[in-house]
Structure formats: C-alpha cells, structure tokens
Design a binder for this molecule. Structure first.
Ligand code: AMP
Ligand code: TRP
Length: 325
C-alpha cells in the first residue's frame, strides 16, 4: 500500500483553503497507511510567541481531527516529537545547494522586505523534504502552493540515491482538481492564508454560520455583473464558483451557467459552506473541552512515527558513512 504523508503549519484554526486544498484529501487517503504531522518546527522560521505556538499547535491538531482524521486509522503527531526529522534534515542540507534553496518562491516571498531573515527560512524546504523522505512516502497530498517544495524533495531524494545508493523512495505530490488554490475573499488575487490579509477575506472552519454568510456576502467581485468562470479576468467570481464546485462536486464552468446574479451565487456558496463546516465546528468545540484526549492521541502518534522513522534514518546515516552507534 502506498505510504501517504503530509504536514500543516500550526496556524491555529484551519481555514477553508487548508480544508479544501489539503485536509479533506487527507481524510480520504487516511486509510492508505497515512501519517499527518503538525509542523511546529517549521513555525520557528518566523517570529512567533512561545505561548501562541503552544496553543496554536494544539488547535491545529484539534482542527485536523475535527476535519475527519481518525487517530485510530492514521498516525497524527507533532513534528518536534520525532527528533529524527531534524537529524535527517542535516543530512539533506548536505545534499541541497544554496542556489536551489534561494530560488524557492516561498523563501523569496516571506523573506522580501525583511531586514533580517532567519537561516532556517532558507533551509525550510529541506526540513520539509526530511519530513517526507523519513517515512518512505510515495504520495503527498498538498495544495498547489507546495508543488515547488515537493519538486525539491524529489530532487534531493534522487540526488542522494545517486550519490550514496538507493536510500529514499521518490515521492509524488497529489494536488486536488478543485479547491487546490482557494483565494482570499477580499483580495482574490492572493491565496487565502492565515498569515496575510484581513479576517474578512478568510473563512475559518470554526466560524459561526452568520459569520460565514457575512464574509461571503462581502466577498469582492467585479462590476461586470455576469456570472462566468474566468480566473484571469474575474478572480473574485471564479473563486466563489470554485468554492461552490469544491462543496458540490460539480465543475465551476457548469455551475456558472445556473446563475444570473452575484447575490444568488453568493447565497448558495454561503449555504454550502455553512452546511459543510457545521459538523467540523461542533467537533472542534467538543475536542477543545478535552485537552487530555488530544495529548494522548499525539503521544501515541509520535511513538508510531518514531518506529517508522528510525530505520530510514539509520539507512541514511550508514549510506553517507557515519559510524553506527
Ligand atoms: P499551511 O497552513 O500553509 O501549512 O498549509 C497546509 C496545507 O493547506 C498545504 O497542503 C497547503 O498547500 C494547503 N493550503 C494552504 N492554503 C491554501 C489555499 N488558500 N488553497 C488551497 N490549499 C491551501
Ligand atoms: N510547507 C508546508 C506548508 O506550508 C507544510 C509542510 C511541512 C509539509 N512539511 C511537510 C507538507 C511535508 C507536506 C509534506 O503548507
């Protein structure tokens, strides 16, 4: 059975982009020997308050369980609980080149305009490659924004294997056909994200129904007045159609023909999202009342993950010529 692995930043509560672009797929692939990880070490590449990090890490784990990840079916854990990730990351840093890391879009975007950039922001995708390669992963379900990082993970695996002999499985990205790039409702030229944009542009899986409706109603469209799926010319309307497509399973082009006004489209998008997210929101509330249960799930997950990670790391250590311990 192909091994599945994916990771998510500890941003706190998940937004609709995370859910439709990634986590909903994770719930579908969890039966195929899957591991899902909250990448708390990755969060340290940017300035984050320690108490915030702690809280958001648990909230993210809660969001994943609420989104349908069943800890009895898949392995759910925190990256920092499995120290093999950072050790393998070092071996892969000795495989990656400065030039290829400097060219990563996310590095250029997050580093732009900063007077000081943490070294770890540059090496971030190498740690991500270590996350993936550590588990002999074949499939990595992610949103569109992670394609370039996945390509790097593949390059590093191939280069390492070429240099030291077959050690790693070369992974493949799995990007959903619709919902892979949910845009900000206020600035439809930018993807929906926790770290940028206003609250109004982002729908969280824990937003109450009236909040979801308000945000969709206020979503930026255009002045043309006709409903058409055309992401380049009509990013706002197209984003709404994509959201509806992701909710209903129909194609955005087909859905577009059913609407003559933006307000009717918005009403259906809002209703669809409210219905989709209601059970998730209820489950978040339940789990938040029981931090002990969440901690136990993560502890069990880390133990399972370590058992899988250790042999891969030993193989990589031996391949590069480190003396066995
Ligand atoms: P992050 O919160 O950046 O760690 O992202 C977690 C997962 O959600 C990754 O697989 C991303 O590709 C995906 N994702 C994040 N933002 C979006 C978005 N706006 N649309 C679709 N997928 C997204
Ligand atoms: N970089 C990913 C993001 O920002 C998160 C991530 C870290 C990840 N390690 C991973 C995703 C391994 C997939 C596999 O969304």
């Amino acid at each position: 059975m192909p091994r599945v692995f994916s990771g998510i930043q500890p941003s706190g509560s998940l937004h609709v982009g995370n859910y439709l672009g990634a986590v909903r797929q994770w719930a579908r692939t969890q039966h195929q020997d899957a591991l899902y990880c909250v990448v708390d070490l990755h969060a340290l590449t940017l300035d984050i308050d320690p108490a915030d990090l702690r809280r958001r890490t648990i909230d993210t784990a809660i969001g994943l369980i609420a989104s349908g990840l069943d800890p009895d079916v898949c392995t759910l854990f925190l990256q920092s609980h499995v120290p093999e990730h950072t050790e393998l990351s070092w071996l892969l840093e000795c495989t990656a080149s400065y030039g290829e890391l400097r060219r990563m879009t996310q590095f250029k975007e997050k580093g732009a305009g900063q007077e000081s950039v943490r070294a770890s922001l540059l090496t971030y995708p190498v740690l991500m490659a270590a996350d993936i390669l550590l588990y002999d992963t074949s499939l990595v379900p992610v949103g569109d924004d992670q394609r370039q990082h996945l390509e790097l993970a593949r390059d590093l695996a191939i280069r390492f294997n070429g240099r030291y002999g077959e050690t790693f499985v070369v992974p493949e990205a799995q990007v959903p056909a619709v919902g892979s790039r949910v845009m900000d409702l206020q600035e439809p030229g930018r993807k929906m994200s926790k770290s940028a944009g206003s609250d109004l542009g982002r729908i969280s899986i824990t937003d109450p129904p009236e909040e979801i409706s308000r945000k969709v109603r206020r979503a930026v469209t255009d002045t043309e007045g006709t409903v058409r799926y055309d992401p380049a010319d009509k990013p706002g309307v197209s984003n709404l159609l994509e959201l509806l497509a992701a909710v209903s399973g129909e194609r955005p082009e087909v859905l577009a023909r059913r609407y003559t006004t933006y307000s009717a489209l918005k009403k259906d998008v809002a209703d669809g999202l409210v219905e989709l997210l209601a059970p998730l929101r209820a489950r978040v509330r339940e789990l938040s009342r029981d931090p002990g249960e969440v901690a136990a799930i993560l502890e069990k997950g880390a133990a399972r993950a370590r058992a899988l990670a250790e042999p891969t790391l030993s193989r990589a250590r031996a391949a590069v010529g480190l003396t066995p311990r």
